[in-house]
Ligand binder design. Sequence first.
Ligand SMILES: Cc1cc2nc3c(=O)[nH]c(=O)nc-3n(C[C@H](O)[C@H](O)[C@H](O)COP(=O)(O)OP(=O)(O)OC[C@H]3O[C@@H](n4cnc5c(N)ncnc54)[C@H](O)[C@@H]3O)c2cc1C
Length: 414
Amino acid sequence: MTTRTALISGASIAGPVLAYWLSEAGWDVTVVERAERLRTSGYPVDVRGTAVDVIRRMGLYDEVAEQRYRHVLVQLLAPSGRRLCTLDYGNLLSSSGSEDVELTRGVLSEILYGATKNRADYVFDDAITTLHDADDGVRVTFEHRRPETFDVVVGADGIHSNVRTLVFGDESRYLHHLGPYAAVWDLPTDMFEPGTGFFYSHPGRTVLVERPSDGAPARAFLTFVHPEPGTVDLRDPGAVLDALHRAFADDRWRTGDVIDTLPGADDVYFDTVSQVRMDEWHSGRVALVGDAAYAPAFLSGQGTSIAIAGAYVLASELVANDRPEQAFAAYQLRLRGYVKNNQDLALRTDGTVLARTSRQLLRRNLKLRAVPLLQRFQLVSLLQAKLRTAANDLTLSDRDLRTAAHHRGHGATR
Ligand SMILES: Cc1cc2nc3c(=O)[nH]c(=O)nc-3n(C[C@H](O)[C@H](O)[C@H](O)COP(=O)(O)OP(=O)(O)OC[C@H]3O[C@@H](n4cnc5c(N)ncnc54)[C@H](O)[C@@H]3O)c2cc1C
């Protein structure tokens, strides 16, 4: 039997998970990533519910859990800059009692890349330029590499997916801006003491700064509602800086100083908080996975888990079905409900991080001030009931892929 080949665009979360499972099943996998090296920035993200099962099946759970993010105590500040209370933010976000793990996006990406770099061919600093879907394969040209033909091509290249644009058309048809922008970057080490954290909000904008106790740099997370989302040129650093300064111009805390560090920062993340909605996630021998197909939006906290679960189901269906079209249709059918539930959850506008109105901010602050009490009575999980239901709303099948080691251990074959 000839070896089947796959090209994956994007080496963040969905791309490496898909590369892992396809290479595990004997496929020849190439991953092309536009950045010059693996991108390591980002705030902590959550591996929840079904995604935890996938990480377990990859044999990576212990490694992931070991890298669990340790939040510091965070001062909740009023718009005046006055301290309202001290939050054990980590305990609020992590669902105590469950096996969910919160870790930084960069660390998770490094673990997934580490597990696949010797079995998939990673090509950095390159991108697909054209795709031609023919009967016997997809002919692909690249910015730098020679043209090549693959059995399937998968876009795991995020909310501004290149593969999606090439195959399905302009992103304006699929991207739904929810209003805010989000920015994440590391700060110079002389700005905040290790072990300090601040959470400073106004209606429609929030600054969160946390510096881990181990001395790692403080990380800034800024989010704000923009009157015309989608109008800031993401490739123009000057426009990004200007948008941030404008949005936070009236802040009385240290926000201006934080924003001033942006031009010197490495690997800045700045993007709209947007949902991707598509009727079909595949066409011929090309499919999309993760944020490229169904981003639930940055502030939902579910993008990473959906990407992990989606990549695993996609790999399982590709290996189980000879025809890519059949595999893609099965993948879409299995994932649709789970994705919808998680996307619906993300449409709520009264989030903890970003309160849009004064009323919401007041309510949010009251809720946060009640957290120590809820923690004392172990009731924090009540705040997350809906999220937990959505995160677990996908059942993996016994027919889905298992590692060769698992098969040896269980004497089973596939
Ligand atoms: C640098 C960065 C920081 C992030 N920080 C956070 C965070 O703090 N909190 C949070 O909730 N989510 C964050 N996200 C988003 C989060 O990673 C995703 O929502 C989720 O994990 C789904 O991942 P994904 O693999 O589908 O897409 P993404 O994580 O968006 O990854 C897409 C990948 O494709 C690459 N790419 C883009 N265009 C091309 C192209 N033309 N050719 C080849 N490769 C391309 C990108 O460089 C990136 O590596 C961040 C994403 C990135 C890239």
